[in-house]
Design a protein around this ligand. Structure first.
Ligand code: NAI
Length: 286
């Protein structure tokens, strides 16, 4: 039987989630997607109208199939956590069962189990503010959407993950080195995500024989990255200073994720894998 993957954090064809889905599909996996509730409508409409058909083409010429798209808001674990104003918000009221626990239940009902869980989402409402100017609200919101969302996803999905399964998230070098401009507590959120990768690798490994790794990706012009505001500068900086002087493609991150999710990586867990043209290894730019 082919493997089944659930990828949280796809709302268009520009981000890392989409590229990971493609690499996994090319390797024969069945693709399920979790899409942020406010972005669901436009994503599903675009998909249906063929707007993504060009970017759905796999190496063998066939088109990637997405078996099912689930609405998801990863900052809420159960319906009891959802505040009234969100519940009654027009964009949310049109969908149902989008808290993390409910999505895991729906996937279990629909498919029974999965083999691969991918977390490709982040959000920091104050990302453009320096840490020194970040509010408590902004900081906690960044950690809730970008770090705890992963703990929660794995917690709710690991019971339906087959032994030997793998889980992957996306992190950024700002967790460990100073990247001015990556503010609002987003650097803190990525540091938490990387530390949690180790602890979750232990817990999920011992209890469920599931591997947990994170990919520290180089800069990509995704929707989320454009919102931060310095992505073009980071891409230029990398091209100038990294050991490999080329622009990073989302596909290169997708392929690394497919490797980490495959039996080729059966002894790899608890790691941060850099897929960044080697930029992390530089001490000074030259
Ligand atoms: P993206 O915009 O394609 O993906 C982010 C997704 O998160 C979007 O689809 C958005 O709808 C979703 N999202 C936001 N809040 C959510 C919530 N509460 N519940 C569910 N979904 C939610 O952008 P990108 O850049 O591909 O991001 C994917 C991951 O890659 C993120 O973890 C990001 O931090 C990481 N990353 C990105 C880099 C870049 O330069 N683009 C570099 C290193 C890491």
């Amino acid at each position: 039987r082919g493997k089944r993957a659930f990828i949280a954090g796809i709302a268009d064809d520009n981000g890392y989630g989409w590229a990971i889905a493609k690499s996994l599909a090319a390797a024969g996996a069945e693709i399920l997607v979790g899409t942020w509730v406010p972005a669901l409508n436009i994503f599903e409409t675009s998909l249906r109208r063929g707007k993504f058909d060009e970017s759905r083409v796999l190496p063998d010429g066939s088109l990637m199939e997405i078996t099912k798209v689930y609405p998801l808001d990863a900052v809420y674990d159960t319906p009891e956590d959802v505040p009234e104003d969100v519940k009654s918000n027009k964009r949310y009221a049109g969908s149902s069962k989008w808290t993390v626990k409910e999505v895991a239940e729906s996937v279990k009902e629909d498919f029974g189990s999965i083999d691969i869980l991918v977390h490709s989402l982040a959000n920091g409402p104050e990302v453009s503010k320096p840490l020194l100017e970040t509010s408590r609200y902004g900081y906690l919101a960044a950690v809730s959407a970008s770090s705890y969302s992963y703990v929660s996803l794995l917690k709710h999905f690991v019971p339906i993950m087959n032994p030997g399964g793998a889980s992957i998230s996306l992190t950024y070098i700002a967790a460990e080195r100073i990247i001015p401009g990556y503010g609002g507590g987003m650097s803190s959120a990525k540091a938490a995500l990387e530390s949690d990768t180790k602890v979750l690798a232990f817990e999920a490994g011992r209890k469920h024989r599931v591997r947990v790794n994170t990919i520290s990706a180089g800069p990509l012009r995704s929707r989320a990255a454009k919102a931060i505001g310095f992505i073009d500068m980071m891409i230029d900086y990398s091209s100038e200073n990294a050991p490999l002087q080329k622009e990073l493609s989302a596909e290169e991150v997708g392929n690394a994720a497919a490797f980490l999710a495959s039996p080729l990586a059966s002894a790899i867990t608890g790691t941060v894998l850099y897929v960044d043209n080697g930029l992390n290894a530089m001490g000074v730019g030259v």
